[in-house]
Design a protein around this ligand. Structure first.
Ligand SMILES: O=C(O)CCC(=O)C(=O)O
Length: 253
């Protein structure tokens, strides 16, 4: 298996803020991840986040509303099962992250570190955001690794990205109070027109920068979508003391 990014892929990541690697996970590992995720979803095995907790457009109003206990994220994936630990620390991931972040890297257990589940009956819309908005590090330089456990298409709410936004700065009036990119201002219109759907096949992996604006729609298919997501940073880019980012021990790789 190819164990590193090519120079062209590194240049693409630097320019656009993301890079897809096709078919990176061996089929048995993917099957086992799906099996564990489906089992834990059936049992709502904690810790989990519910759709209602997100309060995103289209989510149930509360945990007691119809669909309110639809799981949105199976949290703490790294501690949940060895198959996720093995995947999150596998050589084809770590070698690529070293190319992007430097020789010494750590996996954050405080951010992402989950299996995102998107239910076809009750799922919400994720507006345009940068993950770094709620994360606190010495430098805004983290990379997330998104593994498609099944097909990801616009119909089932695949990620959408705005290429190049990881290096752009935005005046406050282009963002709303929660730092989502406003879709109702002309200043953002051209950028939004340039959106790219990240269509993934099972086993494909998306590497993306924590400053890259991304979004996703609800799942309009008939099957739950499962994606395993982990986030990494260089060990010389530490979480700020006392913040949520520093709330759980990093895994040094
Ligand atoms: O699958 C989605 O709806 C997007 C999730 C996402 O962007 C996030 O959790 O940061």
């Amino acid at each position: 298996m190819n164990s590193g990014f090519s120079a062209a892929e590194i240049a693409h990541f630097a320019r656009d803020g993301y890079q897809i690697v096709r078919g990176l996970v061996p089929a048995p590992a993917r099957a086992r991840m799906l099996e564990v995720a489906a089992r834990d979803l059936d049992n709502a095995a904690g810790p989990v986040e519910y759709e209602a907790d997100t309060q995103y457009p289209g989510s149930p109003e509360s945990r007691d509303a119809p669909g309110g206990r639809t799981v949105r994220r199976l949290l703490q994936a790294y501690a949940r099962d060895a198959v996720f630990r093995d995947w999150a620390t596998a050589a084809p991931i770590v070698s690529r992250l070293r190319q992007l972040l430097g020789p010494q890297i750590a996996l954050s257990q405080a951010h992402h570190n989950c299996v995102m589940t998107k239910d076809p009956r009750y799922s919400s819309l994720t507006s345009w955001h940068r993950d770094i908005r709620y994360w606190s590090y010495q430098r805004p330089e983290l990379v997330s690794v998104w593994l498609a456990l099944g097909e990801e298409r616009p119909e089932n709410g695949c990620l959408l990205v705005l290429p190049g936004t990881h290096v752009m700065t935005f005046d406050a009036d282009r963002l709303d109070a929660a730092q989502f990119l406003r879709t109702d201002v002309t200043a953002n219109a051209a950028l939004l027109q340039a959106q790219v759907s990240v269509e993934l096949d099972p086993g494909d992996v998306l590497f993306f920068h924590c400053r890259l604006f991304h979004a996703a729609s609800s799942n309009r298919s008939t099957r739950t979508k499962f994606s395993a997501v982990f986030t990494y940073h260089a060990t010389d880019n530490q979480p700020l003391p006392g913040t949520r980012s520093a709330g759980m021990a990093d895994v040094i790789l």
